[in-house]
Design a protein around this ligand. Structure first.
Ligand code: 6R9
Length: 650
């Protein structure tokens, strides 16, 4: 944590625009302003009511057991089956013919899978896993492309109480093997490959190589997706044989509310990945409630699409568990937004009549760069809620999203949360909140978030500091898998009795929250803390800039100097005058203290598979060091391209 002076993250950026919900939207919204009051009156009673949205085989004795903080237990004594809540109860309620997944493969193949079909496949897969020796409590690693079988695999694990750990398809051998080892997985479920950027991308060879150092794995279940040639070992079993040949009947057994549901690894900036552990009852309660409240889901009529990958927590909570517990109809897309053309997302929205879209700022900025004319070619009038997640959304990108995708009238919800929080924590409610471009605004009902100074004191409106969570919440992580001490040190040692999220934030004059990026990324320039997010947003507000990533590089005079990497919009060209103009633009927008020392034009930026900019790698460039660990990059060749581009331009 930086040594923070009192002017911690002053309000550099000011945003005056607000967009109240339309009266029609508010009138039929799932959640009204009363939810905040109800939750404030009795927080635990509020969450108890949300837990009743689910089917429980046995009622809980206590809503929250916080006797041994920070080790929380929610709905203790309660029992439920997570998969049965996502599937069986909908089919039992006569909704078996409702489409659960409209699958769109990258090459253009499509499948509509109903809830009845999904349940049938999950039951067979559950039997197949049992036949392969997987028992409740055994860990299963899933390494798959974005195909319905990925969701089937997760739900089959949940059904038999075997915690899954999904690893992004495309992660390297070492990233995969270290996660398999840490989880001590007994089984790996993968596919031969998936389609990405117009080509089959093999996955199975990576698994084979990773398993050379993973003695815990007994079997590998392999889905055929691309049909490409892959090596075959004694331990390998074809999904089509095992699942296709398994018994169709499977009775879901209820598990304790605190039974482990999944482990998901977050990379973090340093050290080995952390296995974030989530359990069943509290997790599903909050994933389900937030999906209902934040997206205003009407399961009878909405077509929901979350563009995340299943290997990211967003895919867990807002493709699988949240939407399916609510009986949603959703689109699942395998590929990238520019294959075979840059209008692919909008073509999909038009084709399925998507009503709710949930995507990431990195995607929105990319669409801005490609140009307004692309979405304009499609009918996007079905959309009624737009969501954003993963990074702070720059006000300009927010406005663009609302204007060019939302037709100037659709509410945009900027949702702040983490792998660790399990579900959305801070977000506007689309029928209640007057939204503000760039702000995630308010903690959801039943959630107690604050911004504190370095002493842990709540900052007044207008102040900035560290985002913390003051009370336990149902979908909170329970620990780091196998490492309680690291759990305590990472999240609970900074501030007494509060969860430390690792993000900087400020409260504006209305008390709305603005996320300012990871605390590790915050820059210290001449004794002033400056957030990367604010400088990046100032750059993106210049008409020539599509994307920006800002880092603090050590500087003999100022401590750190601001170095900005920018991607230009469309056809924009750069020149020394243009770079000077960008530096002046930041100084004008935020004040002279925030003026970048240097602006560097690049063609791409290093990002994780979930689209987050990896600033630490850019800092290596800015400080002229060897590039650090690149194993979690979406494309691990990008750094050498950025470096050689810089050398060519020198
Ligand atoms: C869901 C997810 C968590 C980190 C988080 C923060 C950043 C996510 C954000 C946001 C500003 C938002 N983050 N959503 N920052 N506004 N709406 O992204 O989980 O991959 O664990 O990342 O992402 O820095 O701490 P995860």
């Amino acid at each position: 944590m930086a040594d923070t002076p009192q002017e911690t993250l002053a309000n550099l950026l000011s945003e005056e625009r607000t967009f109240p919900p339309s009266p029609e939207f508010s009138k039929s919204a799932n959640v009204t302003a009363a939810a905040y009051d109800e939750a404030a009156a009795d927080r635990l009673a509020f969450w108890e009511r949300q837990a009743r949205r689910l089917d429980w085989s046995k009622d809980w004795d206590r809503v929250l057991d916080w006797d041994d903080p920070p080790f929380a237990k929610w709905f203790t004594g309660g029992e439920l089956n997570v998969a049965a809540n996502c599937l069986d109860r909908h089919v039992a309620n006569g909704l078996g013919d409702r489409v659960a997944i409209h699958f769109e493969g990258e090459p253009g193949d499509t499948r509509a899978v109903t809830y009845a079909e999904l349940l049938d496949e999950v039951k067979r897969a559950a039997n197949a896993l049992t036949d392969l020796g997987v028992e409740a409590g055994d860990r299963v690693v899933i390494y798959m492309p974005m195909i319905p079988e990925a969701a089937v695999a997760m739900l089959a694990c949940a059904r038999i109480g075997a915690p899954h750990s999904v690893v992004f398809g495309g992660f390297s051998v070492s990233a995969l093997s270290s996660r398999i080892q840490d989880a001590g997985a007994k089984l790996v479920i993968c596919a031969d490959g998936g389609f990405r950027k117009g080509r089959p991308l093999a996955l199975k060879p990576t698994v084979d190589e990773a398993l050379e150092s993973c003695p815990s794995v007994e079997k590998v279940l392999v889905v055929t997706r691309t049909g490409q040639d892959v090596g075959w070992n004694d331990r390998d079993v074809k999904w089509e044989d095992a699942v296709g040949g398994a018994a169709a009947e499977h009775e879901a057994q209820a598990f304790d509310a605190e039974h482990p549901l999944f482990i998901l690894y977050t990379s973090g900036t340093t050290g080995k990945p952390k296995g974030i552990l989530h359990t069943s009852g509290g997790y599903l309660t909050q994933a389900s409630y937030t999906h209902h409240a934040v997206f205003d889901l009407k399961p009878e009529t909405d077509v929901y699409w979350c563009t995340a990958d299943i290997g990211w927590v967003t895919g867990h909570s807002y493709i699988v568990y949240g939407p399916m517990s609510n009986g949603a109809t959703q689109v699942m897309y395998e590929g990238t937004p520019d294959t075979p053309h840059t209008g692919r997302f909008w073509e999909i929205v038009q084709k399925y009549g998507v009503t709710i879209l949930y995507t990431a700022p990195t995607a929105i900025r990319t669409f801005m760069k490609w140009g307004d004319d692309i979405p304009a070619r499609y009918d996007l009038s079905s959309l009624r809620v737009l969501g954003s997640v993963g990074e702070p959304i720059n006000p300009e990108a927010w406005i663009w999203y609302r204007e060019h995708i939302g037709g100037g009238s659709v509410p945009v919800v900027d949702t702040w949360w983490q792998t660790e929080t399990g579900a959305i924590m801070v977000s506007p409610l689309p029928g209640v909140t007057a939204t503000k471009p760039g702000s995630a605004q308010r903690p959801l009902p039943g959630i107690n978030v604050d911004v504190v100074d370095e002493q842990g004191e709540s900052v007044p409106n207008g102040g900035g500091g560290f985002l913390t969570i003051r009370e336990p919440w149902p979908s909170m992580l329970r620990t780091i898998w196998g490492d309680d001490q690291r759990f305590l040190d990472t999240y609970w040692a900074h501030f007494d009795g509060m969860y430390f999220a690792g993000d900087g934030a400020k409260k504006d004059d209305d008390g709305d929250l603005w996320l300012l990026g990871r605390v590790d990324d915050i820059m210290l320039v001449s004794g002033h803390n400056i957030s990367t997010t604010e400088v990046e947003s100032a750059l993106v507000s210049h008409e020539t800039v599509a994307e920006a990533a800002v880092v603090g590089a050590s500087d003999p005079v100022t401590g750190q100097g601001i170095v900005a990497f920018v991607i230009l919009r469309g056809q924009a060209e750069s020149s020394p005058e243009h770079l000077a103009e960008l530096r002046a633009h930041v100084a004008k927008t935020l004040g002279p203290i925030a003026k970048p020392r240097q602006v560097i034009v690049v063609a791409e930026l290093p990002k994780t598979r979930s689209g987050k900019i990896m600033r630490r790698l850019l800092r290596d460039i800015a400080e002229d060091r060897e590039i650090g660990d690149v194993t979690t990059l979406a494309d691990n060749t990008v750094m050498s391209r950025i470096k050689s581009g810089l050398q060519a331009g020198k």
